[in-house]
Design a protein around this ligand. Structure first.
Ligand code: ADP
Length: 226
């Protein structure tokens, strides 16, 4: 479902952000991307979402070879990915409902279907009763839930989350992790960048550890049995 083949990214200023990266992520996996600041994690995410293009190598996502994507196919491809960011990126002048509905309007979903879809997405993140609130009336964790609802409302095959718990306290971070886990249980692939080592220890998910533009380790902690 996601495949990187010999992917190198050199930015126009000469920074070599990723170096001959190779990996594969299957449908339905939940993968944590870890590594120090500047290691290349965001660049990797941006290559998956086609916000950046590789300098060399190929990226395949959801059956698309991203190098060959043009025109209408780019918007089709973008629909298959939901994005979540550390700083939520909600529109402050719009209500919770409008923030989520906006994602549906952007891809031309018929108006009569939008309401059901938005309420379903809000229900999945536990915020159905706060549809008429504005982002500033919500806690950080609730705002991130809205952002997750917005990311899932178009039923993407993949969610790419860039440090989604980076601005949240420990308890709230775990609540947000649970929301992602629930979405993943229903078949959506989740790629999450994080600095939270507890996620690795306690959830034993696959980790891609990036260091200085390379994959240092690709591993899963073993479940300890006594
Ligand atoms: P991380 O997400 O792990 O912090 P990034 O992928 O953001 O790492 O950055 C990897 C390297 O690429 C860093 O040296 C960073 O300064 C550089 N970089 C990131 N984005 C750009 C850009 N748009 N232009 C030039 N250099 C960039």
């Amino acid at each position: 479902m996601i495949q990187f083949q010999g992917v190198t990214k050199i930015y126009p200023n000469g920074v070599n952000a990723l170096n001959d990266i190779n990996f594969q992520i299957s449908k339905g996996e939940f993968v944590l991307i870890m590594g120090e600041s500047g290691a290349g994690k965001s660049t990797l995410n941006k290559l998956i979402t086609k916000e950046e293009r590789p300098t060399s190598g190929e990226v395949y996502v959801n059956g698309f070879n991203l190098s060959n994507l043009k025109g209408k196919k780019i918007s089709l491809f973008r629909r298959s990915i939901g994005m979540v960011f550390q700083e939520f990126r909600l529109l402050s002048k719009m209500t919770v409902y409008e923030n989520v509905a906006f994602a549906q309007e952007a891809i031309g979903v018929p108006i009569e279907r939008i309401e059901d879809n938005v309420y379903l997405a809000l229900k999945k993140v536990g915020l159905r009763d706060k549809a008429s609130y504005f982002p500033k009336e919500l806690s950080g964790g609730e705002q991130q839930r809205v952002a997750i609802a917005r990311a899932i409302v178009n039923n993407p095959a993949i969610i790419v989350a860039d440090e989604p718990t980076g601005n949240l306290d420990t308890k709230t971070a775990w609540e947000i992790m649970s929301v992602f886990e629930e979405i993943n249980r229903h078949g959506t692939t989740v790629i999450m960048t994080t600095h939270n080592k507890e996620f690795v220890k306690q959830t034993k998910k696959r980790v891609l550890l990036i260091d200085n533009g390379s994959i240092l380790r690709d591993y899963k902690r073993k479940v300890l049995t006594s």
